[in-house]
Design a protein around this ligand. Structure first.
Ligand code: ADP
Ligand code: MG
Length: 602
């Protein structure tokens, strides 16, 4: 419950006085509702069922003058009162509901914004350890459950206040009977604690199942080609059947739980009423009007207890969602790259220029802190400004990890990264990231037009600049031939592109940003040799005006690099010009070159 309390506190802090006013409004409507009930007493009296002068309702003496009026007038007064009170009650109810919805919507918007902002600011390491679909699940269903839970809490508070008023009224009418009902209520609440516990457990299952469902479905739809081409449909369907079976069981268990607890309350209500009536007749010489009171008080109070119990059960079921949200918030808070990253508009425009170059000094890094061998070990490397550095090595050697270190996505475990001979702080690293264009091996394009994809990184780009960037990545020809040329939508809803075409567009996007550092991580691996050569020539022309770091896929493309470094098993084993390394007989580079030449005879 402490998780709910935390968010409730924030809700109160967020909405301020408005929520208190609303709660007051709720109390007032409940008072009015009770007044409507009270009106029934003179109505009943008027109808002659109960004799007001019998002494039973002596507390309602103030109503006796009413009885002096002519009968029709009594009725008219009572009915007018009735209309006014019901009208007022519903008008307040309307306004309270609208205000509640406003508060709830603004708070849920704030919560969404805050959570997404926190996620965006978290460092790359945070994402390395998280399944994307779990985050999606959190941002969608878990967040929705939290918002629902908060709504339940507000209802709960108003319900408690409402009940207190009812209790006060009941105490006024008949203290003994009310105390008796209260004692029974508390006893039953103690007995039903098990329901709350079970409800929380089921809530935890809901979280787990919804995570598993979203994770599995996302995975399979992303890999649908693999599923179809390997005829895995049946096995995937079996998976879904098993999961939906569990979901169904869990759902039914929740319904059963709710019904069991309601049954308990309703049965106990019937048993208690029967006992009271019996005791009243048998042991006390009770009149019919007193019995009516028993039923009235019981009938008013007991459903309130039932409501509170069911409210508590539903809140318990949402506790795991509160916990999940709280935990992720704590995690991303401690993984925040820079608190002011999104807040400071000023820092967004601040570009850090590099004068001499970037340097890695004795840098070591491991993904798994417990693993014996580091992913990268004692790397010493200088990347001169406006020069081209090529990184080569076998797959899994650590090239992409090295690039991630340069990007500041991950931090070295030991050693340091220098910029112009000065250690690079996290802030500077983030600033320098804005001068970098990075192209990963798996090209990622948004599901929108090519123009929007390009303009995303530079909203003020001119038509000419767009086509220049497309020409750089030798994609101008194929883009021109698309149905709507540069305005063609690509991705799920639009034209599907080949891997090579996508890589070229991502490269165009990298260029349109006019970076001072260009990092390509096997960015042309899906291209045909002709297009790769064209792009290579374009990159070669950048020499002298841009710092280029290229993780090479095909060694023939890095002939003109200013320096080539070879990574092998996480260590930097060779460094020099292409020609130097090629002539180092027995070296890793010469071996790699030999293998590639054998595979693709030139
Ligand atoms: N997120 C990760 N978590 C754990 N290990 C990783 C992760 N990414 C890469 N590795 C491991 O680190 C090593 C280097 O990977 P990587 O830098 O991607 O190699 P390369 O780019 O040279 O092919 C590999 O053994 C790989 O399995
Ligand atoms: Mg790689």
């Amino acid at each position: 419950m402490e998780y709910i309390v935390q968010y409730v506190k924030r809700l109160f802090a967020f909405s301020g006085i408005a929520l208190y006013i609303n709660l007051l409004g709720m109390v007032f409507t409940s008072l009015l509702e009770s007044a409507v009930i009270l009106l029934f007493i003179p109505m009943i009296a008027y109808s002659g069922i109960v004799d007001l002068n019998s002494g039973l309702l002596s507390n309602l003496d103030f109503l006796t003058p009413l009885l002096q009026l002519p009968t029709v007038w009594i009725l008219v007064v009572i009915l007018c009162f009735y209309i006014v009170i019901v009208g007022l009650q519903n008008a307040i109810h309307r306004s309270v509901t609208i205000r509640n919805a406003t508060i709830q919507q603004s708070f849920s918007r704030q919560l969404r914004h805050e959570t997404y902002c926190g996620l965006l600011q978290a460092n790359w390491t945070f994402f390395l350890g998280k399944r994307r679909s779990d985050l999606v699940n959190l941002l969608t269903s878990e967040l929705q459950r939290v918002i629902g839970g908060l709504n339940l809490f507000v209802q709960f508070v108003s319900s408690i206040l409402f009940t207190l008023i009812q209790i006060a009224l009941a105490l006024w009418v008949s203290p003994e009977l009310t105390l008796l009902v209260l004692i029974c209520g508390v006893a039953l609440a103690l007995l039903s604690r098990g329901f709350l516990h079970k409800s929380k457990m089921l809530g935890r299952q809901t979280s787990e199942l919804s995570k598993a469902y979203l994770g599995g479905i996302t995975d399979q739809l992303n890999g649908i080609k693999d599923v179809k081409s390997n005829a895995l449909e049946q096995s995937r369907l079996t998976w879904l059947q098993r999961l939906t079976e569990k979901m169904m069981q869990e759902n039914l268990a929740s319904v059963k739980l709710r019904m069991n607890s309601q049954l308990l309350y309703k049965l106990s209500s019937a048993v208690l009423i029967a006992l009271f009536v019996f005791a009243a007749f048998r042991f006390f010489d009770t009149r019919g009007d007193q019995l009516l009171l028993v039923v009235l008080i019981f009938g008013r109070l007991w459903p309130r207890f039932l409501g509170i119990q069911s409210n508590l059960e539903q809140m318990s079921a949402s506790v795991p969602a509160f916990k999940a949200l709280h935990e992720i918030q704590q995690q991303y808070d401690s993984a925040a790259e820079l608190p002011s990253l999104l807040q400071s508009a000023h820092s967004q425009n601040e570009l850090l220029s590099m004068r001499t170059g970037m340097e890695l000094q004795n840098v070591s890094f491991r993904y798994d802190p417990h693993s014996e061998t580091p992913t990268l070990q004692d790397i010493n490397l200088f990347l001169p400004v406006n020069r081209m550095t090529a990184i080569v090595g076998r797959s899994g050697a650590g090239k992409s990890t090295l690039v991630d270190l340069l990007l500041g996505l991950i931090r070295p475990d030991s050693g340091c990264i220098l910029l112009d001979q000065e250690p690079l702080s996290i802030e500077q690293h983030l600033a320098i990231r804005r001068s970098i264009s990075y192209v990963a091996q798996e090209p990622f394009l948004y599901n929108m037009s090519i123009r929007d994809n390009l303009m995303m990184v530079r909203p003020d780009a001119t038509e000419e600049q767009l086509w220049e960037a497309l020409a750089f990545s030798s994609s101008d020809d194929f883009v021109r031939n698309l149905p709507q040329a540069i305005d063609t939508i690509i991705g799920d809803r639009g034209i599907r592109l080949s891997g090579g075409e996508r890589q070229r567009l991502v490269l165009a996007r990298a260029m349109i940003r006019q970076p001072s550092i260009l990092i390509l991580d096997e960015a042309t691996s899906a291209l045909d040799t002709e297009n790769e050569r064209k792009i290579q020539e374009a990159i070669d022309r950048l020499k002298g005006s841009m710092t280029v770091i290229v993780v090479a896929h095909r060694l023939s493309t890095i002939r003109h690099a200013d320096q080539v470094v070879v990574i092998e098993n996480g260590q930097l084993v060779q460094k020099g010009t292409f020609a130097d390394l090629a002539s180092e007989n027995g070296g890793v580079f010469a071996q790699l070159l030999k293998h590639q030449e054998e595979a693709v005879p030139c």
